[in-house]
Every structure is written in C-alpha cells, then in structure tokens.
Design a protein around this ligand. Structure first.
Ligand code: HEC
Ligand code: HEC
Length: 181
C-alpha cells in the first residue's frame, strides 16, 4: 500500500469508528424485571426500589450513600477451604498481618519454601511457583509467583456481595445427565 492509500484507509477507519460509536450508545440500564439470583441474595426484596440497579449497593437508592459494611474478620483457624477447581490458588487459612513481601524479603517463603516447609509444617509451594513462563524450573521462586497475594487471599467471614452460579466440576460430574440443561 502506498502512503497516500494508507492515510485514506486510516481516515476512513477513524471516521467509521466514530460513527459506529455514536450509533451504538448503550440503552440506559433497566432494573432487572425478575429478581436475578444475584439480587435475591444480596438485596432483600423489601428494600429494592425501582432505582436500585446494582446488587453491590445493597438496595440503596442512587441518591443515597449506602452505609459501608463492617470490615470482614480474617479467619485464623488453620482450616482449609475447598478448592472449586483444580487450578484455583488455595485461600490462605491463617492471618498474614505484617508479613513482609517486597524486594528485600518474602515472609511467605520463609515457611512455604521447599527448604523450610517441614520445619514450619507448612505446605510447600508447588513446582509451578518455581517455573518461568517457558516452564523452565528455576532454583528460586519465579518472579511471576513472587507476590503471593496477587493470587492467594486470606479467608474472611465476609458474605458474598453477589450470588454466583458457578458449579464445580465434581458437582457437574455428580449431576445426572438428564438434569443438565
Ligand atoms: C509462620 C509460617 C507461615 C508463614 C510466614 C506463612 N504461612 Fe501460609 N501456611 C502456614 C501453615 C503452617 C499452613 C498450613 C495450614 C495452617 O496450619 O494454617 C499454611 C497454609 C497456607 C496456604 C493453604 C495451602 C493449601 O494447600 O490449602 C496458603 C495458600 C498459604 N499458607 C499462603 C501463605 C501466604 C501467601 C503467606 C504470606 C503472605 C504465608 N502463607 C505465610 C505457615 C505459614
Ligand atoms: C500467579 C498466581 C500465583 C502466585 C503469585 C502465587 N501462587 Fe501459590 N498457587 C497458585 C495456584 C494456581 C496454585 C494451585 C495450583 C498449583 O499448585 O500451581 C497455587 C498453590 C499454592 C500452594 C499449595 C501447593 C500445593 O501443592 O497444594 C501454596 C502453599 C502456595 N500456592 C503458596 C504460595 C506462596 C507462598 C506464594 C508467594 C511466594 C504464591 N503461592 C504465589 C497461584 C499463585
């Protein structure tokens, strides 16, 4: 393509995008006609008003500031939760207050590194934590697995803000085929 043709092409593209954008203005969001699973969990029906559009607002009108929920309590019980699917990063069954993870130190690896895990009776990080993106196993925790709380979260007693209909593979397998949609 010659430079002039390229310019023309670019101009037409930009124009097309602009026009397209104008035309596809989203419709104003309507409140769901039938209360969805999400709404029925988080928002008691009595407090739901016509202005309520978001289960996360817990039924508060758009003009009002909903009161913040109390901070969730971290469960420091050492009781592991189920993993919903095989590659889910397990949730953390203990408090992690003050555990330093930065350039100088990784407190988590003190217990979860392969070397010390027996001493602290902590499950060692799996081999995936030592792999780089080409699946080469490194001697130390891989940079992409260094910041543990990127993927692992502490367990709290917080109630889910919205419902979800996720069904784990074990439940799916247990469901008789006829019952599936
Ligand atoms: C003082 C040692 C220690 C430190 C530091 C520590 N842990 Fe743990 N961790 C444990 C032990 C022990 C367990 C086993 C369950 C239990 O006893 O709480 C565990 C369990 C876990 C599990 C659950 C593993 C599974 O298979 O379900 C995760 C995830 C985890 N820790 C992540 C972290 C992260 C992230 C950090 C840093 C923010 C951290 N831990 C810091 C000792 C430690
Ligand atoms: C990029 C996301 C990610 C990061 C960052 C990460 N993990 Fe994980 N972790 C996972 C996933 C996914 C699993 C489960 C599958 C697996 O073992 O790879 C897991 C599993 C674990 C387990 C259980 C191992 C087992 O064999 O059951 C422990 C303990 C753990 N991680 C600790 C840590 C610690 C400590 C760090 C920080 C040094 C860390 N993780 C950083 C994603 C992550």
């Amino acid at each position: 393509m010659k430079p002039v043709q390229l310019l023309n092409f670019a101009a037409v593209l930009v124009f097309g995008l602009l026009v397209g954008h104008q035309c596809s203005k989203p419709e104003p969001r309507k409140p769901a006609a039938t209360p969805t699973a999400a709404a029925s969990v988080a928002v008691p029906k009595t407090t739901q008003t016509s202005q309520s559009i978001d289960a996360l607002r817990r039924g508060a009108d758009l003009g009002t500031e909903p009161e913040a929920l109390p901070l969730a309590r971290v469960e420091n019980t050492d009781i592991k939760r189920d993993r919903a699917y095989p590659m889910q990063p397990p949730t953390i069954p203990h408090a992690i207050d003050g555990y330093q993870v930065d350039q100088n130190a990784n407190r988590c690896m003190l217990c979860h590194g392969q070397a010390n895990s027996a001493q602290f009776q902590a499950p060692p990080v799996s081999v995936t934590h030592y792999m780089d993106r080409d699946s080469q196993v490194l001697a130390e925790v891989s940079p992409r697995r260094y910041f543990c709380v990127q993927c692992h979260v502490v367990q709290t007693d917080a109630k889910p803000l919205v419902a979800n209909r996720f069904t784990g593979v074990d439940d799916l397998l247990a469901t008789p085929t006829t019952a599936k949609e």
